[in-house]
Design a binder for this molecule. Structure first.
Ligand code: MG
Length: 398
């Protein structure tokens, strides 16, 4: 049986997002696997977790025992389910699935039971500065056969106008919830009028509102038939979903900040959400994500894995392989990548005429050009976009 001989971290930022790729090497010549451990805003902590703690734990162990190794990594630090640890575990876990596929000579989706569909439907983002800007961007995506589109006027929390901020307030991103709610309702009305009823629309609240504000917005948006409304409440406030579901028919997606099964179990079994959309590396990788998808299937909750550009191409490949297999797949988030990413990560998933596809190579079918990746070093800096404040200066969830 092949054994683990080395575990390396590759940190690269070709699109100015800090990506963490893990490479697990074996004693068989040319046999290695790649995984995603991307926690874009705490990258050095994840790197340290892998190199100083998980690598010594796993060296010389059998690459085939993914399930056992996952639990070994999960329990070894005694305290568990934290974001740094989970991302570190994910990088190794995905790499082991990649290796298993390569040994079997099969794509990972075949190891899971094969394809449930040939192409993956996805949604793309439209962030507009004005209503006409939003409409023209939606129309451009429609021409590319994109059927699902997330629309935001401004980015999360909208665009601030004429805010009365007290003197000596702390620096940050200042936004008005009331302005955001009114603008968002207006945006949906305008987009439905201008772009038609058939396009599937998504919107992300990004935890920005108070619970009653969110319920009001979800009810107001019912008539615009959303595909889903995303992250209506902070993850710590999941109990509010029961109240929202009792009052609004707008479908709900949640979960990109989840890291602990206790955060999703009751939401799924009580059908308080329609879509589960965790960041797969944040929950510990492919092994727990596969279990989560199967659990959600029992309750007719569909998957919508988190997929912006702070998921690496290796992470996207994992998202695609799981989505090809899961019967209860719903949608994938896709932001598109520049040409340089396809050079650094040969074999990464691609879009063609409204669907995402992947190749049929063994494992996740993706590789990395390490020399090219080195030309785009990461930058470790203080994160600013998460410093979000109300007009009076109160810090709120980003
Ligand atoms: Mg989101």
């Amino acid at each position: 049986m092949p054994i683990i001989t080395d575990i390396k971290t590759i940190l690269t930022a070709p699109e100015n997002v800090n990506l963490i790729i893990v490479k697990v090497e074996t004693d068989q010549k040319g046999l290695y696997g790649l995984g995603c451990a991307t926690f874009a805003y705490r990258e050095l902590a994840v790197k340290s977790m892998i190199e100083n703690y998980l690598k010594p734990l796993l060296l010389n162990r059998n690459v085939h025992k993914i399930e056992d190794l996952w639990h070994l990594m999960h329990n070894n630090g005694y305290w568990r389910n934290g974001g740094i640890t989970n991302n570190a575990i994910s990088g190794i876990d995905m790499a082991l699935w990649d290796i298993k596929g390569k040994i079997a000579g099969l794509p990972v989706y075949e190891l899971l039971g094969g394809k449930s569909r040939e192409g993956i439907p996805f949604y793309q983002h439209v962030n507009g500065k004005s209503l006409s800007d939003i409409v023209s961007k939606v129309e451009a995506l429609k021409k590319q056969n994109v059927k699902h589109i997330r629309i935001q006027w401004g980015l999360y929390g909208g665009i601030s106008k004429n805010l009365n901020i007290p003197p000596n307030s702390e620096p940050g991103v200042y936004l008005s919830p009331t302005q955001y709610i009114l603008d968002t309702i207006n945006m949906f009305k305008h987009v439905r009028e201008q772009c038609g009823d058939e396009i599937e629309l998504i919107h992300d609240i990004h935890e920005r509102l108070m619970p009653s504000e969110t319920i009001y917005l979800a009810k107001q948006l019912e008539k615009y038939r959303l595909f889903y409304l995303e992250d209506p409440f902070p993850l710590e406030q999941g109990d509010w979903l029961e109240k929202l579901k009792a009052q609004s028919a707008t479908p709900i997606a949640a979960g990109e900040l989840f890291s602990n099964p206790s955060e999703w179990t009751s939401l799924i079994k009580n059908r308080y959400i329609d879509f589960i959309r965790v960041h797969i590396s944040q929950i510990g990788g492919f092994t727990p994500a596969r279990k989560l998808a199967i659990f959600a299937e029992q309750f007719n909750v569909r998957t919508a894995w988190h997929g912006p550009n702070d998921v690496s191409p290796v992470g996207h490949a994992a998202n695609v392989h799981l989505s090809l297999n899961s019967h209860n797949f719903g949608i994938l988030e896709w932001c598109g990548f520049s040409d340089i990413m396809y050079e650094i990560f040969p074999g990464m998933p691609y879009v063609k005429d409204g669907y995402i596809y992947t190749n049929d190579k063994p494992g996740f079918g993706i590789d990395i050009n390490e020399e090219l990746a080195k030309k785009y070093p990461i930058k470790t800096k203080v994160t600013k976009w998460t410093q979000t404040r109300l007009p009076d200066g109160t810090l709120v969830n980003p």
